[in-house]
Design a protein around this ligand. Structure first.
Ligand code: FAD
Length: 413
C-alpha cells in the first residue's frame, strides 16, 4: 500500500508474538483482505515468556501457552500455514516455502524473531546441552530437569537466571557462569543486578562472574558430565543451558537484498527499504523516537507494539512508532519490571528502603529515561504513565524526602 488503499493480501512470515499480533490487529482494525500467517513451528502461535517460568515449572500446559485456540484463525479467516519460507522474490512479490509452494503478497511482514546463540567450544553437541527459545526446547528442558542433579547455566541474562531459579526450586544444584563482571549487564542497573546476585546466592546457587567456559565434557553414552572453565576449574553438569543471547533471523531479508545491520533495518513506520515489506519484533532494528538511536529490542511489548503500528498503517492510519518500551522478568518470588530504556544514563535515584523492594530511577542529564522496579508494581505503573506522557522529573525532584512516583504522577495530571 503506497497510496493509502489497504493491500489486497498480507503475508506474514513467522507466527510468534509479532506475527500473530499483526494478523489479529489487522482483523481488529477492519482489514478485509486475505491474511496468510506462515509458521515454521509445528504449533499454534504461542507466547514465549512462560517457557522459562510457569511452563518450565510444570504449572502450565502447552494449550495454556496458545495466544488463541485453533477456531479463532478459522473464524477470522486467517490462513495459518505450517511451513518455512525459503525465499522472497520482491520483484514478483511472492514468497516460496521449502515445500515448493508459493504465496503472492501485496504486503509482506517479516516477523521471523531470533535464534539462540551457541557456544564456540568443544562439546556443545553432547546430549544434555540445551538452548531455550521454543516450546519444544522448553519441553526438552522440563524433562531433563526431572532427572538432573547439577545444572550449569552459561550466561547470566534474563533467560539464564529465570531457568536457574526454576532449576533451583526443583532441587537441582545450579552454577551460573558469566563472562562479564555481573549479571544482566546489558539490560539492568548495577543495583538491580546486585539484588539478583544476592537472591540467587541466598537460594544456594553458585554464581561465577568474569569467567569463561572453554569446553563441555562427556561422551555419547553419558551425555554432558562437566563444564571446564577458563581458569582451569571444572563443574559437574548433567544439564547445561546456554543462555548467551540471540541472533536476529535476517537471512531472508539479506537474500532479498533488503538493508540489514544488526537486524532488518526499518524506518520509523517499520518499513524496510522496500515499500511492500515491513519487519517487526526481535528481527528488526528501528529508530527510537526519543533518542533517535537505532535499537533492536527483544520483548513482548516491542513485538506487539510494532505489529499494531504496522496493522494501523496497512488499514490507512500511518504513524511513526514511538511507544515506550517495557519489560518484566520473574525469578523465585521476585518480579522486576522495567519501563523505558537507559541509554548512556548518567545518574540514578533509588526509591525504597527495603533491600527486596525498590525502584531505580535512571537519568540522562535532567531527564528520566528508565525506571526498574523490583517488587514495586505500583512504581512500574506510575513510571509507564510518566515516561509515556513525557512528564518531566529531575534527579533533584526524585531525591526529595518522601518522594513517590504515584503521588508525583497524580500531581502532574
Ligand atoms: C524463554 C523466553 C522467555 C521470555 N520472557 C520474556 C518476558 O518475561 N518478558 C518479555 O517481554 N519478553 C520475554 N521474552 C521475549 C519475547 O518472547 C520475544 O521478544 C517475542 O517473542 C518476540 O516476538 P517475535 O514475533 O519478534 O519473534 P518470535 O516470537 O520468536 O517469533 C518468530 C517466529 O518466526 C518463525 N520463523 C522464523 N523464520 C521463519 C521462516 N523462514 N519461515 C516461517 N517462519 C519463520 C520462528 O520459527 C518463530 O516461530 C522471552 C523469550 C523467551 C525465548
Amino acid at each position: 500500500m503506497t497510496d493509502g488503499t489497504p493491500p489486497g493480501s498480507v503475508v506474514v512470515v513467522g507466527a510468534g508474538q509479532g506475527g500473530y499480533q499483526t494478523a489479529a490487529s489487522l482483523r481488529e482494525y477492519g482489514y478485509e483482505g486475505s491474511i496468510t500467517l506462515i509458521s515454521a513451528e509445528d504449533a499454534l502461535p504461542y507466547e514465549r515468556p512462560p517457557l522459562s517460568k510457569a511452563y518450565l515449572r510444570g504449572e502450565a500446559d502447552e494449550a495454556q501457552l496458545w495466544l488463541r485456540p485453533a477456531t479463532y484463525y478459522v473464524r477470522q479467516s486467517i490462513d495459518l500455514v505450517a511451513g518455512t519460507v525459503s525465499e522472497i522474490d520482491p520483484a514478483a512479490r511472492t514468497v516460496c516455502l521449502t515445500d515448493g509452494s508459493v504465496y503472492g503478497y501485496d504486503h509482506l511482514v517479516l516477523a521471523t524473531g531470533a535464534t539462540p546463540r551457541t557456544l564456540d567450544v568443544p562439546g556443545t553437541e553432547l546430549r544434555g546441552v540445551h538452548t531455550l527459545r521454543t516450546a519444544r526446547d522448553a519441553a526438552a528442558l522440563q524433562s531433563a530437569l526431572a532427572g538432573a542433579r547439577h545444572a550449569v547455566v552459561v550466561g547470566a541474562g534474563y533467560i539464564g537466571l529465570e531457568f536457574a531459579s526454576v532449576a533451583r526450586e526443583s532441587g537441582v544444584g545450579v552454577t551460573v557462569v558469566e563472562a562479564l563482571d555481573r549479571p544482566l549487564s546489558r539490560v539492568a542497573s548495577a543495583r538491580t543486578a546486585e539484588h539478583f546476585t544476592r537472591l540467587h546466592r541466598s537460594k544456594g546457587t553458585e554464581l561465577l562472574f568474569g569467567q569463561g567456559v572453554t569446553a563441555l565434557h562427556g561422551n555419547g553414552r553419558s551425555g554432558v558430565t562437566a563444564v571446564e572453565l577458563a581458569d582451569g576449574g571444572r563443574r559437574p553438569a548433567d544439564l547445561v543451558l546456554v543462555g548467551v543471547g540471540v541472533t536476529p533471523r535476517t537471512e531472508l531479508a539479506v537474500a532479498a537484498g533488503l538493508p540489514v545491520s544488526g537486524g532488518i533495518t526499518v524506518d520509523s513506520r517499520l518499513l524496510t527499504g522496500d515499500p511492500h515489506i515491513s519487519a517487526i519484533g526481535d528481527c528488526a532494528t528501528f529508530p527510537q523516537a526519543r533518542s533517535g538511536n537505532r535499537r533492536r529490542l527483544e520483548s513482548v511489548q516491542n513485538a506487539v507494539g510494532h505489529a499494531r503500528a504496522v496493522a494501523e498503517r496497512l488499514t490507512g492510519r500511518p504513524r511513526a512508532y514511538d511507544e515506550l518500551p517495557w519489560f518484566w522478568s520473574d525469578q523465585f518470588s521476585t518480579t522486576v519490571q522495567i519501563a523505558g530504556l537507559a541509554e548512556g544514563h548518567e545518574s540514578e535515584v533509588v526509591l525504597g528502603d527495603d533491600p527486596d523492594a525498590f525502584s531505580v530511577l535512571r537519568f540522562y542529564g535532567k531527564d528520566l529515561q528508565a525506571v526498574e522496579s523490583v517488587n514495586r508494581p505500583a512504581d512500574h505503573i506510575a513510571a509507564r504513565r510518566l515516561l509515556g506522557r513525557g512528564t518531566r522529573l529531575t534527579p533533584e525532584g526524585a531525591s526529595a524526602p518522601g518522594f513517590s512516583l504515584k503521588e508525583y504522577l497524580r500531581g502532574s495530571l
